[in-house]
Ligand binder design. Structure first.
Ligand SMILES: [Zn+2]
Length: 438
């Protein structure tokens, strides 16, 4: 049996813009009506603006609708935004909230089918098929990553290993013995696995691994280059949010040149994060998403806080669904240091310029005598640790200069012993802000 060029569900990636717009408008009208009828908060906000479902006659009319925020899910905890009775809900997930209660999302049977389909399209877009053995190291839990990737990979026809996150030794054993060809995880956890494989004296050359599907945290192009050259695999970026569906909102294709948004299910807009005004295609701003087919919790004009822009040129892969640029920062992960806006991704890019095999690092913010201080703690590798003290001092100076060059601030770099920064098996905690604590 030959291999299909892509999964049958991927046909929706190649619709003409006319076909796509007709599907989008029909679905938008349906989802707006359902929200108006079944979600009190949405109905109240639409009424305040004098907007009725029948006013949505074109896709551009979406601009008349109110935005939704993550706080809306918190304020209506647990089920206040559900548009369907609990008897229709077959699954719940929750976000890993860092403060207070999590946000809870629900799925109907049809919602799960859509999720499975967009994840199968995701895997297909990065070149995986039924011959692949996929090690799914996303956590199987309330977190959407594990089960989202699991069902999509099964629908693709691949062999799925539901190993979940953690237990690094077992991950490596499975990767080696089971002939794993692709892995799903956060990029930081994959780097942790790479370190462990190398520490054990084994190389990536003996493994069958050729593809990494990475998401759930922002990472940079330099990080990708680093992962690819260190392991010889191709590393792909995927994008999703619990509030929208989980993973499966957008994915890179084999071109690795931006992420295709599954526009038949998720309508995207780019808005000015301050004014909420819609920006033209190509301009950088905040991504706003509307779920076009979600039944359990329709999200209309959801403010993602992720900063990106729409790529207007067609992609060499032939997909007609449009792409967004890689998301390297969120409007709310911006750090304000002595009045200067700094993003963690800028620090990472500066460090990678100096040291392409960037070890683990963490940014620590504190306040001394009323002044913001930023310290970047960087673990030196075992090899670097054996270097002369003067070499390490030079490295530290070069890193400080590189950061100052990029962000325009003097920053302390502190080199710390190998493995002295706490590892997370999920998302890496890159920024520790101690300013609020004292
Ligand atoms: Zn493409």
């Amino acid at each position: 049996m030959g291999v299909l060029p892509f999964h049958p569900d991927s046909c929706a990636d190649f619709l003409t813009s006319d076909e796509l717009h007709r599907i989008q408008l029909h679905r938008l009208q349906t989802v707006v009506r359902a929200s108006y009828e079944h979600v009190p908060l949405t109905r109240q906000r639409m009424q305040e603006r004098g907007v009725k479902p029948e006013h949505i006659r074109s896709l551009a009319d979406i601009a008349a609708l109110p935005f939704m925020q993550k706080t809306d899910l918190r304020d209506t905890y647990p089920y206040g935004l559900f548009a369907r009775p609990m008897s229709d809900i077959v699954r719940l997930h929750a976000s890993s909230g860092t403060t207070g209660k999590p946000i809870i999302v629900g799925y109907t049977r049809d919602d799960l089918n859509v999720w499975t389909s967009v994840m199968a399209r995701t895997f297909s877009a990065v070149g995986l098929n039924q011959h692949d053995v996929i090690q799914n190291a996303f956590g199987y839990s309330l977190f959407t990553g594990g089960l989202g990737a699991h069902y999509g990979a099964e629908a693709l026809g691949a062999t799925v290993i539901p190993i979940s996150g953690g237990n690094t030794e077992r991950q490596i054993m499975v990767m080696q013995d089971f002939g794993v060809t692709a892995i799903c995880s956060t990029p930081s956890y994959f780097l942790h696995l790479v370190e462990a494989v190398e520490a054990s004296g084994r190389g990536f050359g003996n493994l069958n691994l050729k593809t990494g599907v990475f998401g759930a945290e922002p990472w940079t192009d330099s990080m990708r280059a680093h992962i690819q050259s260190r392991t010889g695999i191709k590393a792909y970026d995927i994008y999703g949010l619990t509030e929208i569906i989980g993973p499966g909102v957008a994915t890179e294709c084999e071109q690795q040149a931006g992420m295709h948004v599954f526009e038949d299910h998720f309508l995207m807009e780019i808005v000015d994060p301050k004014t909420g005004k819609t920006l033209a295609d190509g301009e950088e701003g905040e991504l706003v998403l509307t779920t076009l087919s979600k039944q359990a919790i329709p999200m209309i004009r959801f403010r993602t806080h992720d900063i990106t822009s729409i790529i207007t040129e067609p992609c060499a892969c032939g997909r007609t669904i449009r792409r967004i640029r890689r998301i390297t920062h969120r409007c709310d992960d911006m750090m304000i240091i002595r009045g200067v806006n700094v993003f963690p991704s800028q620090i990472e890019a500066a460090l990678l310029e100096v040291e392409p095999t960037l070890p683990h690092y963490q940014i620590v913010l504190s306040r001394k005598e009323g002044l913001d201080q930023m310290e970047v703690r960087i673990e030196v590798t075992e090899a670097m640790f054996r270097d002369k003290v003067s070499a390490l001092e030079q490295l530290q100076k070069r890193m400080e200069h590189a950061i100052e060059h990029v962000v325009g601030l003097r920053v302390n770099v502190r080199l710390v012993e190998p493995r002295s920064i706490a590892r997370s098996e999920g998302k890496a905690k890159r920024v520790v802000d101690q300013r609020k604590e004292g």
